[in-house]
Design a protein around this ligand. Structure first.
Ligand code: FAD
Length: 476
């Protein structure tokens, strides 16, 4: 370690967000950057801890002590080389990863704040692009072909790794562009889409072929409108392309191996009375449309999902809900409320009910929450209320969770009389259903959310990496 006492001498410093009054009016990234001197000082806080749990906590096996040391010494290029040994797209994880490595940082055990690995990662890759040493690497071809279906982080990682091993890789996606939820879910204020385009240009130069507007459907079904087993996974997403279809049987016949990385596109619904009222949307209907609008796509008045002037109720207390809050603010919502059926999580590591190592599961306050939002927990939704077919409010009830006398999950009990939250727009952000994949032929592998259920970008990438190894092993 360049400075083994760094963590004693330097406090954790985050770059922080742009001021609310500035960022709330646009969809530009909210996060700022530190100057390079401060960044190196932050890297110096990564101590020689001997047993770096961060390696183990990162699904990709990233090695922050190694690249933080290079960064502290000012060797940005070495830091880049060490970082990209394990992580193919640090520009994505550096922006939006919840940084499991930081939660596992040994400094937490010593009542210090953890290192700033996520921000360090973003700084290293942006410096690398800025200095122009991120170059395409075109591998020698080995004569074998692999198809990857789904151009989200899992599919892109699998494609990158397989391409570098010499396979000729074609990536198919039902949508008109690559990125999956990075492009059509995560708002620009967290990840600006030019970052994805920059990477795609490199992947193309490296020889990966992309085919968009091609939807994978069940082999027994003849058209994209038929609800085959795979097609059923995308039924909640009207934005997926319908032009061309392809079946697993066809891909299996045409390619030496196939990777299915189609994500978890079926959002959990809330089937209570009034669900059909105009004004009740899935979170992704809004998020995806907003990202498309920013990319220049036009929508008719009828199609628009716009929070302007509305009381917005977000149902679901997770990250997707938080992205809806930030988007509603930027669209000009009158008020934003977020309700969650589960109890309020502990506030932080000092909460006596929340000792380490549980503490990472604490109340999360995102940049979107900071921008203004009423947050409530233990709230069950009973009915969507409306007039003339349009949503006017939601009947909800505060509940409490009691132990189940028969064991298993706790039971919900009403704690107060029902009440009405006025709302002209509801966004359902209650998670995604686990995809049910059909029985695939032996040369087909499943990666990312399609395999695990809804998870994280870093896990999807790790899965893509693992599947690439398996494909390589099979084909060798
Ligand atoms: P996806 O990203 O879903 O990509 C799947 C791809 O497959 C898509 O491009 C889709 O068009 C394509 N596809 C689907 N069906 C078919 C078909 N039948 N034929 C052809 N193509 C098909 N994770 C984080 O780590 N940090 C965050 O901040 C974060 N924020 C999130 C915000 C939102 C709103 C959401 C919804 C998720 C967020 N996540 C976040 C989770 C993360 O985005 C996912 O875990 C990750 O994108 C999964 O990657 P994937 O490649 O498996 O699938």
């Amino acid at each position: 370690m360049g400075n083994p006492r760094g963590f004693l001498e330097v406090e954790r410093k985050e770059a922080g967000y742009r001021p609310i009054h500035d960022r709330i009016h646009d969809f530009g990234e909210v996060e700022q950057t530190l100057n390079s001197n401060d960044r190196r000082l932050q890297a110096s806080r990564c101590m020689d801890c001997g047993v770096p749990f961060c390696h183990w906590a990162c699904p990709l096996g990233n090695k922050p002590p190694e690249w933080n040391d290079a960064l502290y010494r000012g060797d940005w290029q070495l830091a880049y080389e060490l970082l990209t040994e394990t992580n193919d797209f640090p520009e994505f994880t550096g922006r939006i990863c919840p940084a499991l490595c930081e939660k596992a940082c040994v400094l937490n055990l010593m009542e210090h704040e953890p290192t700033t690995n996520r921000e360090d990662e973003a700084a290293i890759i942006e410096h690398a692009f800025g200095e122009d040493y991120v170059k395409p690497h075109v591998p020698e071809r080995n004569g074998k072909k692999v198809a990857v279906v789904g151009a989200g982080p899992a599919g892109l990682t699998a494609a990158t790794r397989l391409n570098q091993k010499g396979y000729t890789v074609t990536v198919y996606d039902a949508r008109e562009d690559a990125g999956g939820l990075l492009r059509y879910g995560i708002p620009n204020f967290k990840l600006i889409k030019s970052i994805i385009d920059r990477r795609l240009n490199l992947l193309r130069e490296e020889g990966i072929i992309f085919e968009f507007g091609v939807k994978l459907v069940d082999s027994k079904k003849k058209s994209a409108d038929d609800k085959g087993e795979i097609a059923a996974n995308i039924q909640n997403d009207p934005t997926l392309g319908k032009d061309k279809t392809v079946t697993i049987d066809k891909l299996s016949a045409d390619y030496d191996a196939v990777v299915v990385a189609t994500g978890t596109p079926t959002a959990r619904d809330l089937k209570i009375p009034g669900r059909d009222l105009k004004g009740v949307y899935f979170a992704l209907e809004m998020l995806s449309q907003q990202n498309r609008k920013l990319a220049g796509q036009e929508f008719s008045r009828d199609e628009l999902v716009n929070a302007k002037g509305k009381n917005v109720l977000v149902i679901g207390g997770g990250d997707t809900g938080s992205d809806c809050i930030g988007t509603a603010h930027r669209q000009g919502a009158k008020s934003v409320t977020q309700i969650e059926i589960m109890p309020k999580p502990p506030v932080g590591p000092d909460d006596p009910k929340n000792p380490w190592p549980n503490w990472p599961r604490t109340l999360k306050t995102t940049s979107s929450h900071e921008e203004g939002c009423v947050r409530r927990w233990n709230i069950n939704s009973l009915e969507f209320l409306g007039k003339d077919g349009k949503l006017t409010g939601v009947k909800v009830q505060e509940i409490t969770w009691v132990p189940n006398p028969e064991g298993g999950r706790p039971l919900m009990k009403p704690a107060k009389d029902p009440e009405i939250i006025p709302a002209e727009m509801v966004l359902l952000a209650m998670g995604f259903l686990r995809p049910q994949q059909p029985q695939f032929p032996a040369n087909v592998f499943v990666a990312g959310d399609a395999a695990s259920g809804a998870s994280l970008v870093v896990r999807a990438m790790a899965s893509g990496k693992e599947v690439a190894e398996k494909v390589d092993k099979l084909l060798k």
